[in-house]
Design a binder for this molecule. Sequence first.
Ligand SMILES: Nc1ncnc2c1ncn2[C@@H]1O[C@H](COP(=O)(O)OP(=O)(O)OP(=O)(O)O)[C@@H](O)[C@H]1O
Length: 447
Amino acid sequence: MTYKIFVIDDDVWMQKKLKHLLSINSEHCVELLKEPEDLLAKLKEQPDLICVDLMLPTMNGKDLITKILATNPEQDILVVSSQENISVAVELMKKGVKDYIPKDQNLKEYLWKAVESIKEKKQLKEKINTLESKIKNLDIPELSGNSKEIKHIKSLIHKATTANITVLISGETGTGKELVAKAIHNYQNKYEGDFIAVNMSAIPENLIESELFGYEKGAFTGADKQKKGLFEEAENGTLFLDEIAELNIRFQAKLLRALQEREIRRIGGTKTIPIQTRLICATHRDLKDEIEKGNFREDLYYRIYGFPIHLPPLRERGSDIFLLAQEFGKSFTRENKLPQLTFSREAKEKLIEYNYPGNIRELKSVVELACVLAEGSEIKEEDISFPKKKTKFDLTQNKSLKEYTNIIIQDCLEKNSYNIKKVAELLDIGISTIYNLAKKNQIRIKP
Ligand SMILES: Nc1ncnc2c1ncn2[C@@H]1O[C@H](COP(=O)(O)OP(=O)(O)OP(=O)(O)O)[C@@H](O)[C@H]1O
């Protein structure tokens, strides 16, 4: 990174000396100037540092400094002067000059020390600014909701942040698993590494190891340079492994070993790299079921289970449905500069009665569509439309009567929020029939 320094001094010999001393650091790009007017005209080039001589023939150094700071109050200025006058130095430092060094036999040492310390302070300031804006711009709205379910989740989030324990978030699609993971990261790691989310089902099987663990140059055809894996990228931050149940069984063994040893090895590498990241996993599946089916390693399950957080589906969050709908409506109309809208009583009832298989994500898109469709200042019942579910009952498939029966029962369970008693009544079958089919894994009695 280049560090641009302007030097203004009327003494040609001193200019050359300063340029020589400053240019020893190859990052420094030094430009020499004689006339204050030239310097002022070049301020728009935004030098990182200006070295000013106080005894300039055409303008008093102090006046020049005042003018520089009037244009850019944040400008780093170093005074290099043959006058060793403490009171002038103090006065200038009060104005905003970063340091004052005399042109004597120690010039080289003072100059280097002063420039390095000015650079360090600037880097520190930039770091603080970045962190401040990171905190201000936390793009995670607090989890909305007043239900006792969401209050419980909030308390779990706080507890999860008290220790670096692996968190396993479960819940149907769209229940806010990623949002919760981000909240844990932000409460705990506000000032440190990044939050990196990766969806296990989105990475091809043969790339998963290189994505997570990285690789060394030449590890395989196409590995023309070394690449860090996501475990390393998320150093001092959080790695969020979404849809962990989709991880292929072969890689599960490698992940387990890495988590047990708390270290990884890049593909083709010999050295081990310690894992210094918080791990949060999420799944919409019942991992116990996946273990029974042989799709998920039990030992890995216990390794990632650490601190479990289950997110209930939206249909179980009572009054939160309408509260969230109002919030989504408000932010959508604000972002799109549409007039504020209210919900009619019938629209509210329709929203509350639906079962939301897509949960909060679905509610959000239903409300946003309603805002667009609404005429006037109120969202009416007819503005609320739910996505039509693709029917699973397709008679053109070559299935047995038993298989079709199972499809019908499953469909009925989904449509009735897995209310077994209601489904048994509707289909005129025994509750035990439903339980027996579930036991044989022919239907699911949970989402
Ligand atoms: N309590 C909440 N308050 C406000 N918005 C929420 C809340 N929970 C979820 N959302 C919003 O719902 C959407 C889905 O959330 P998120 O992506 O976290 O769900 P998910 O469970 O990770 O989904 P998937 O399983 O499909 O990956 C996002 O737009 C998120 O901001």
